[in-house]
Write a protein that binds this ligand. Structure first.
Ligand SMILES: [Cu+2]
Length: 101
């Protein structure tokens, strides 16, 4: 094999291999939307987001000020919804489950 071809092959492997792994990991994640109380400004939004992301097992947390909600993606083997609501409550923003997927 000519060097240029093996190089292209290596590059395509690098791109192709991580995708199925990421997809598998994604399927194991759980998404929950929390209704968050007390949020009044963008600083509140940031505080809630930080509190959620600090929870071990949380992959992503999107906090929406307008709808007073937080959409959290997490690994259910590492954490659960109770830990999420506890985290926002401890930060001063009590929350409850709005929607669970
Ligand atoms: Cu605020």
């Amino acid at each position: 094999m000519r060097p240029i071809l093996s190089c292209l092959l290596a590059a395509s492997l690098l791109v192709a291999v991580p995708l199925p792994i990421a997809a598998a990991a994604d399927a194991d994640l759980q998404t929950t939307t929390l209704a968050v109380e007390n949020m009044t400004c963008s600083m509140c939004r940031i505080t809630v987001g930080k509190a959620l992301k600090r929870v071990d097992g949380v992959v992503d947390a999107k906090v929406d000020l307008k709808s007073k909600s937080a959409t959290v993606r997490f690994d259910p083997t590492k954490t659960d919804v109770t830990a999420l609501t506890r985290a926002t409550t401890n930060a001063g923003y009590p929350s409850s489950i709005q929607r669970q997927e």
